[in-house]
Design a protein around this ligand. Sequence first.
Ligand code: PLP
Length: 407
Amino acid sequence: MADKSTALIHHAYQPPAGFAAPQPGVFKASTVFFPNVAAMRSFEWKDKSAYTYGLHGTPTTYILEERLSALEGGKQCLLVPSGLAAIATVSQALLKSGDEVLMPHNVYGPGKALVEGELMHWGIGHQFYDPMQPQDLAAKINPKTRLIWLEAAGSVTLEFPDLCEQVRLCRAAGVLCALDNTWGAGVAFSPFDLQPDISPPLAVDISIHALTKYPSGGGDVLMGSIVTVDDHLHRQLKLCHMRLGLGVGANDAEAILRSLPSLMLRYRSHDETTRLLAQWCLSRPEFAQVLHPALPESPGHAHWRCLCQNGLGGAAGLLSIIFQPSYTVAQVDAFCDALQVFKIGYSWGGPISLAMPYDLLTMRPCWPLYLKPGTLVRFAVGLEAVTDLQADLAQALGAIQSDVAFA
Ligand SMILES: *Cc1c(COP(=O)(O)O)cnc(C)c1O
């Protein structure tokens, strides 16, 4: 099946005899029975040839792993209890004392907390690089560098890096690169085939994904995946995963399996609504800058176009705006409080639109040159009608104008 959406919906599974149904069964187990002692001794948990213990996999987690590998164009997948656990597992599996890891300045915030608060205590160093200057990444790669994290787009500031160039730099230096592919979700572009016209494919080594976001789609499940194409690398990650005792519950796996067939449809809807809202935001004088990869004026727009099939791959559901500097932080807070359809909350990918103000200077060493000064608010656009979302933004902007008038 050529279309990814159809392939995801029709992904084969082996139903119990005489019971083929739209969704695979849900199997729960810690204990798995062995037919005899010899079988117990011969069964191998490190591959999928036999079941040995619930932590090492069940039919439910295996089918989810297979579908996620297929979605991202990879070969193997590990499931972990959250997206952050995926970042932590990759880091712990591949880094040891004396090594160094590189991360972009706009990396998902808790990833920064991981390197600064945990890895540092284990003697693992880190440096942050400018995601928009490949030469800065090149300059920071050194003999200690063992792992390079990549992210496209930045999940708060939405600048889009030259991912292909970054991967080429990692390849040239012989350093493993891991992509946080939560934004692209396996839909916007293929992490293991970044430039479909070249062979061998230009690929990241590892793609991690917060399934918490688009694959769940409900704002009600936490899970992460680690997808690879190399057996040896997968095994190295899997051994660490096992030693750390990581696994996911069957009910959570089922929730993701239930949501996956509508992933493409939802991603397209988030994308379409977000593009319309971004256009509308451009017309508002209150905003100094609108950040969304599909806007020609947004930082890295050309890289987004190039990577995401000339734009057809989509641009997810995140949109940030920077208020004119004349708006105080208190006014921007009041704007967020005045929103009614948009709720205030972290995360994204669920049905309900969310707004969150960010203080960029607490997140970065300095204000990036490509961002205008002012307070940033990120919107995670849900599945509501664009007319209702636009009206909500308009009424909240109106509410803070009248505050000014009364002050
Ligand atoms: C949410 C998120 C994560 C972490 O996912 P959790 O399941 O919430 O731990 C990682 N990376 C990005 C870009 C995210 O948005």
